[in-house]
Design a protein around this ligand. Structure first.
Ligand code: FNR
Length: 341
């Protein structure tokens, strides 16, 4: 197995081993105010949405995780099956490995084969050659492309990139591709200053990939002999802080919430804050590892939808476009953070 494939396998094994059932991405600092007179009804239509021109049954999706190893093939097959059954979107893990190991394509393409008309997002690193990015989108018939920004993770990896000059290549990719481009973090959060810069350059989708759930410094620390990376493990912005600060500064682009989300209430709070979609990574991976036919993951997706529909109705909301009308107040810590940033 190549070093890259081995890394993909290690990431899955370690993320699953260190899965946090109670992540903390600062959602407890958001206090929702529920109207006693909701004037609404419980209906599955209330959470239907459009994802890049296709209809999805819910605004949450399977976030980018894997591809590039035999184990990834099996996991992507399973995740894609669940995404299809439940009609939710799915993002694949980084396909940049295909630049060096094109024979790994099948571990990504399986998701498209299983779900030919579903919503599928491709994912690459910011140094991937634009032509390769274009080819990946074509092979996967991807509906959008995620580029992940993962400087802290790279720094924590012994074999990681040491060059973080990414902007020019991102802009070249943006020029070349004909699907929407999403910039995402991988669990350390997007800050509003970087987002503002990228938004000015015409990028319209940002996935905050905030801190509070999967922490790649911890994962990389388990992979390396030199376990001296913990000085990096708190360099992130939580999902809630990233969302709040970005939405306070920039209103004309679309935000996706992800990082430490594994409950209907936190999906709902993300939507209330202004996220358009909500990505769930390790929680779904963990469930998909529990049984090979996807039953555990499918019943969790159904549970999250059911609970989200109830929350929508209880808060007097009949359609997703109105969810931002829900009133809330912030903890002192979050208020203090917003005042200072
Ligand atoms: C990831 N994540 C990720 N992100 C990305 O943009 N490209 C990738 O290839 C991967 N690979 C990957 C593998 C595994 C095993 C996990 C668990 C995660 C990061 C992921 O998309 C997400 O940003 C973080 O995991 C935070 O979300 P959760 O896990 O807290 O829901």
């Amino acid at each position: 197995m190549s070093q890259r494939s081995q890394r993909k396998k290690d990431h899955i094994d370690l993320a699953n081993k260190y899965y946090l059932p109670h992540p903390d991405a600062d959602f407890s600092g958001i206090n929702l105010i529920r109207p006693a007179l909701p004037e609404s009804k419980i209906s599955s239509d209330s959470i239907k949405t459009t994802f890049f021109h296709k209809i999805a049954s819910a605004p949450f999706f399977i976030e980018a995780m894997t591809g590039g190893s035999d184990e990834s093939y099996e996991i992507n097959r399973r995740l894609a099956f669940c995404a299809k059954e439940e009609n939710i979107a799915m993002a694949l893990g980084s396909a940049s490995i295909l630049e060096k190991e094109p024979e790994q394509l099948k571990s990504f393409v399986i998701a498209r084969e299983i779900n030919p008309t579903g919503i599928l997002l491709a994912n690459i690193n910011p140094l991937t050659k634009p032509k390769v990015a274009e080819q990946i989108i074509k092979e996967l018939q991807a509906d959008a492309l995620q580029i992940h920004l993962n400087a802290v993770q790279e720094a924590a990896m012994t074999e990681g990139d040491r060059d973080f000059y990414w902007l020019d290549n991102i802009l070249e990719i943006q020029q070349l591709i004909n699907v929407p481009l999403i910039i995402k973090e991988v669990g350390m959060g997007l800050d509003p200053f970087s987002v503002k810069k990228l938004a000015k350059l015409g990028i319209n989708y940002f996935d905050v990939g905030g801190m509070g759930g999967t922490n790649f410094v911890h994962i990389e620390n388990q992979r390396t002999a030199n376990k001296d990376n913990l000085f990096l493990d708190d360099l992130g912005l939580s999902t809630v802080k990233s969302l709040l600060s970005n939405l306070q500064e920039i209103s004309h682009v679309n935000f996706i919430a992800s990082g430490g989300i594994n409950s209907s209430i936190n999906i709902f709070k993300s939507l209330v804050l202004g996220a358009k979609y909500v990505g769930i990574a390790n929680h779904f991976l963990h469930l998909s590892m529990q049984d090979k036919n996807g039953t555990a993951l499918i019943s969790e997706i159904q549970k999250l939808k059911y609970q989200l529909i109830i929350l929508m109705a209880l808060f007097g909301i009949n359609k997703l476009d109105d969810v931002k009308k829900v009133k809330y107040y912030l903890s002192l810590e979050l208020t203090n953070f917003l005042n200072q940033i």
